[in-house]
Structure formats: C-alpha cells, structure tokens
Design a protein around this ligand. Structure first.
Ligand SMILES: C[S@@+](CC[C@H](N)C(=O)[O-])C[C@H]1O[C@@H](n2cnc3c(N)ncnc32)[C@H](O)[C@@H]1O
Length: 401
C-alpha cells in the first residue's frame, strides 16, 4: 500500500469515520487516482478553500488532492462547462473519502451481497463496494449521464472488475425483479423514492443523503420492513442532487413577484433564531430544521446579513417546487437587532413564515430535540418523520421535501 493511501486511512480512522477493516482494505486495493481526471476542481470536506488541480502542470498537488479527504468535482452543468474552473452547477464528482466511508459503515455490506448503487459517477465507490462484496457478490450501479456511465464502465472493465454492472438510466426508472441486500445512494434526494427502496429485500439496508429543501441534508440509514423502510437520521450530508430533484435555480430576487399584493405584518419570533440557531448545540445537531422540513415541506431559506455592519438581516423563504419561481409563495422577515417585533412580507397561497415559525414553535414544545432523535418511515404513500420511535409521528405522510 502506498504511503499516501496509508496516510488517508489513518486520517479517516482518526476522524472516527473508518471503523471496519474491510473498508481500509478496499481503499488500499482500489487506488483513487485511477478515477480522478487530470484536470478537476477540489472541494475539501472541511473548512478549507476549494482549488483547481492539473496533473501535468502540478503533479504533486494533484496527487495530494487525490489522497486527501476532499470531493473532486469532475463535471459541471451536466457536461456543458469546465470542471477545473469551479464555475457552474456541480453535477458529478468523485465523492470525498470520509463521506464514502461514513455511508459505507452505515451500509455495512458483506461478502456475497447484492448492492444497488445510484450515481456511478467515476465508478470509484462501485469498485470499493465490489471489493467488499467479493466474487460471490454483485454491484449494479445506475448513472443517468450517458458520458459518465460510458467512461465509468470502460474504467471498471479496464481494471478487470467483473462483478460491477453499470446501467445508464435515471434511477427513478430503475426496475428489477431481483431484490438487493443493500442500496447505496450517492446523490441527494429531497423526496425519498419508494421505487428504489422497494428494490431492497426485507431486512435490507439503504443509506441515502436526504436533502430536503430546509437547511442541512441528513444521512439516513433505512431498513426494509414489510412495505415500509424505517430508520434514523445520522450525520449531515451535503450532496449533488438527483437530477430530477434539483431545486429551482436562480437569484434570490427572481423569486420576488406580485410584491404589491403581498401581506405585511409583524412577528415576535426572531427570524435569526429560526434560520440560524446560534443557541442550538452545534448547527449540525439542529433538530429544528427537521421539524420545519416535516411540517412545512418544500420551503427553502437564505439568511442574508446586511453588509453595512448594522447587524440587520433578512430571512428569505420561498417554495422550491418546479415552476415556483414564477408562481410560488415567498416571504421575507426583517431582523433588526434589539427589536421586539420583526416585519414580515408574505405572498402566495401559503404563508411561508406562518408555517415555518409554527413548526419551529412545535420543535420548542417538543423540548428542542437534536437531529439524531429523529427518524423517517417511507412507504408507497410517502414519508413520515418521527421522534424517538416510529410510533411518535411528528408529521403525517408527505411527498414533498
Ligand atoms: C456525487 S456523484 C457520484 C459519485 C460516485 N459515487 C463516485 O464516488 O465516483 C452523483 C452522481 O449521481 C448521478 N445522478 C444524478 N441524478 C441521477 C439519477 N436520477 N439517476 C442516476 N444517477 C444520477 C450524477 O450524474 C452523478 O454522477
């Protein structure tokens, strides 16, 4: 094993991400460098700036990026832009090793398992899984982008890996008579698709990044039990979204419409406490966001601080459903330091601030539980969010995210 792989394994073990020896063996036997293009954009999975790499111009930097805990963006704007520029909508990457192993530990694949993966990308994670399930197991990996699927397939064949099958299709169109032991989803989902979970055998495990519109995404591990899949939220998950579940693009201002018809009123609830809960024990542990997602689905927020040093801020809320830019509901809430009331402007069929602040109050009434006390149950009917156990439902089934 190369020293750079050894160092990476040591870092991931030290972070507490890597626990099982089979993952260390898989990392050592599937060199990440074979999956990273010569030019790309590096997004460290910690608080460090992003940067571009060029293997020919700066080979040392390229190699240390490959063996660092960083996601490496390999495609922007579905292939229309230059990934090494860092500009555009990030649409594919070689996932960060820490993120991969966190999911892998929750997924816990075993030798002989059949694994369904969504989002082949470079093919790296499919090959890691293939090593763990071994010659008697199999990985079916689904990739929506034809170019990415073809190059991953060629790479996998070139490596002599025979137990991985790449399918070029939209995961939401995947259908199979075979049932899988594990489902590994590597693209964010705002609505957790039952069509994919139903490909799991009873007792099988799915790990997916649930990234509803509100705040952080959450890594979720679900177990198929009868006609449902049930499981808890764990760590934060920041992922590129499944193609058909991407939020509406566009600048904030473009969501403002019908301003003349908007309602104006005052609220006593501090919008910063809702949009940036400084008093929550760590942003990542914020359970308020989960309750808001559950009770007020399909709402996106941005908290914009004034640049003039006044301490003022605006909380923007907007619906994220397709087409919502032209027609959807929106609201703004103005934060002014030391104020007792904050001005709300709200337009649309939904009063977004009323919904969001009501959900936040409900979280307070529940005793401000942290994220890891919440879980979800998914069935054909939609998903419910629960607290502490599936019987303690926070919000009824919904298809929205
Ligand atoms: C984060 S990347 C995958 C990373 C990959 N597992 C790796 O480490 O190389 C997410 C991938 O999901 C793919 N994807 C997005 N929407 C999809 C869909 N509806 N069906 C299948 N693949 C999809 C994207 O094209 C992208 O390649």
């Amino acid at each position: 094993m190369g020293k750079d792989v050894e160092d990476l394994i040591r870092i991931l073990t030290g972070q507490g991400d890597l626990k099982r020896p089979e993952w260390a063996r898989a990392f050592a036997s599937v060199p990440r460098e074979l999956f990273v293009p010569d030019r790309a954009w590096v997004n460290p999975d910690y608080d460090a700036p992003s940067y571009s790499i060029d293997r020919h111009a700066r080979p040392g930097e390229w190699r240390s990026a490959v063996y660092s805990d960083a996601s490496i963006v390999t495609q922007v704007d579905d292939g229309a832009g230059d990934p090494a520029s860092g500009r555009g909508w990030f649409t594919s990457s070689v996932s960060a090793p820490g993120v991969v192993v966190q999911s892998g530990e929750l997924l816990a694949p075993a030798p002989g398992d059949r694994v369904l993966e969504v989002g082949t990308g470079s093919g790296w994670t499919a090959c890691l899984l293939s090593r763990i399930v071994g010659e008697h197991g199999r990985v079916v990996s689904v990739e929506v982008d034809p170019g990415l699927a073809a190059s991953a397939e060629a790479r996998i064949e070139g490596l002599g890996v025979t137990n991985v099958q790449v399918l070029n299709l939209d995961a939401l169109d995947f259908g199979s008579d075979d049932l899988f032991d594990r489902l590994h989803v590597t693209a964010g989902v705002s609505t957790i698709p039952w069509s994919l979970l139903s490909a799991l055998r009873p007792g099988g495990t799915a790990v997916l990044p649930w990234c509803p519109s509100w705040g952080h995404g959450h890594k979720v591990a679900l177990t198929r039990i009868g006609d449902e899949a049930v499981g808890r939220l764990s760590t934060s998950a920041g992922y590129m979204m499944l193609r058909s579940q991407r939020p509406e693009p566009g600048a904030l201002g473009s969501f403002l419409h019908h301003e003349d018809e908007a309602a104006r009123y005052f609220t006593e609830i501090n919008p910063k406490a809702v949009g940036r809960p400084d008093d929550a024990p760590g942003w990542a542990a914020y359970g308020g966001g989960v309750v808001i997602t559950a009770l007020a689905p399909g709402i996106r927020y941005d908290l914009c601080e004034a640049a003039d040093g006044s301490g003022e801020a605006t909380l923007w809320l907007r619906e994220t459903y397709p087409g919502s830019r032209e027609r959807g509901s929106w609201a703004t809430v103005e934060y002014v330091p030391d104020a007792r009331e904050y001005e709300v402007t709200a337009y649309g069929e939904r009063d977004l601030w009323d919904e969001v602040s009501g959900a936040w109050m409900h979280w307070n009434r529940l005793g401000r539980p942290e994220r890891d006390r919440f879980g979800v149950t998914v069935s054909r009917a939609g998903r419910t969010v629960w607290l502490d156990g599936p019987e303690k439902v926070v919000a009824p089934a919904t298809r929205g995210g």
